[in-house]
Design a protein around this ligand. Structure first.
Ligand SMILES: CC(C)(COP(=O)(O)OP(=O)(O)OC[C@H]1O[C@@H](n2cnc3c(N)ncnc32)[C@H](O)[C@@H]1OP(=O)(O)O)[C@@H](O)C(=O)NCCC(=O)NCCS
Length: 259
């Protein structure tokens, strides 16, 4: 029992920059108190002492402002920060290392008794303040739920979900990055295993720089044509220090990275 308490305290010290000592964590962190009481309540629940489980859960709610149904399954290393207003439903499951902020609901949307109505959080999931995760789906390992998000669908491992209804921003960012990368002449994901992705990226950047060099040369030509002797001020209207002095040697650089 004490080793579990020690590891709970340790995980809070590691994850909360405001935590200064084990004594402070033990005495001033309602999330810790709620989890310690939940373990007692859960033991009662699974051993058939349903009312006692509910009563301990209710006591914990009075003292901490955190309501965890005694049936909920919570792994070790979970940190409920601040905690006020957290509600965790009967069939919720929370994996190791998750962090849950105040105002979070792990709730259900159906009223069927006995069914899996509440979400399952994988390992190391972060659920931001005020987020509502509603339904019996899975939030994958390492996923992050933004504060005040309303999540009603599964979240893939490692993804970030924000907004109401929540959308996956990691996937959107990946698509944008891939588009930008292909415009620059390389594919971030399309490389074959034998290719060195760093060289591919460098080659893409070099080709892109070379293309821009070419465009700038064309622009220079157009400016020089426009500012010919017929135009007032002639060639003098082009600033001298803006003149092109160096040529970009794309071929040479490409040879260096092995094209
Ligand atoms: C979701 C979260 C983890 C994302 O962090 P991140 O990966 O660094 O994301 P960014 O800050 O780069 O934001 C990426 C995009 O998502 C948006 N976004 C981030 N968090 C959001 C939120 N909670 N709700 C809506 N949109 C959000 C940003 O505006 C940005 O949009 P843009 O690309 O259109 O500019 C973080 O914003 C968050 O909400 N963490 C919870 C923190 C918390 O509850 N703390 C309580 C302490 S007491």
């Amino acid at each position: 029992m004490f080793s579990r308490l020690r590891s709970d305290i340790q995980c809070i010290l590691e994850r909360d920059p405001a935590a200064r000592s084990a004594w402070e964590v033990l005495t001033c962190y309602p999330g810790l108190h709620a989890l310690v009481l939940h373990r007692r309540a859960h033991w009662c629940w699974v051993h058939g002492f349903k009312w006692l489980g509910r009563f301990i859960s209710q006591l914990a709610r009075w003292f901490t402002g955190i309501e965890i149904h005694p049936g909920a399954q919570i792994a070790g290393g979970v940190f409920i920060d601040h905690g006020m207003g957290v509600v965790i439903g009967e069939t919720a499951e929370i994996g190791e290392g998750c962090t849950i902020y105040h105002g979070v609901t792990l709730g259900g949307t159906s009223l069927y008794k006995g069914a899996k109505r509440h979400p399952t959080l994988g390992r190391n999931v972060v659920v931001g303040a005020g987020a509502q995760v509603l339904g019996g789906f899975v939030v994958g390992d390492g996923a992050r739920i933004g504060s005040n998000a309303v999540v009603v669908k599964p979240v893939p491992a490692g993804a970030t979900a924000v907004g109401n209804p929540a959308r996956i921003i990691q996937a959107e960012a990946d698509v944008k990055r891939e588009q930008a990368a292909s415009q620059m002449g390389f594919s971030a994901y399309g490389v074959t295993q034998s290719d060195d992705p760093l060289s591919q990226a460098l080659r893409g950047l070099i080709d892109n720089a070379s293309g821009q060099e070419h465009q700038i040369a064309l622009l220079w030509q157009a400016i020089e044509n426009l500012s010919g002797p017929s135009v007032a001020g002639g060639r003098d209207c082009v600033p001298k220090d803006a003149a092109r002095e160096e040529c970009f040697e794309a071929e040479k650089l490409n040879q260096l990275v092995g094209k």
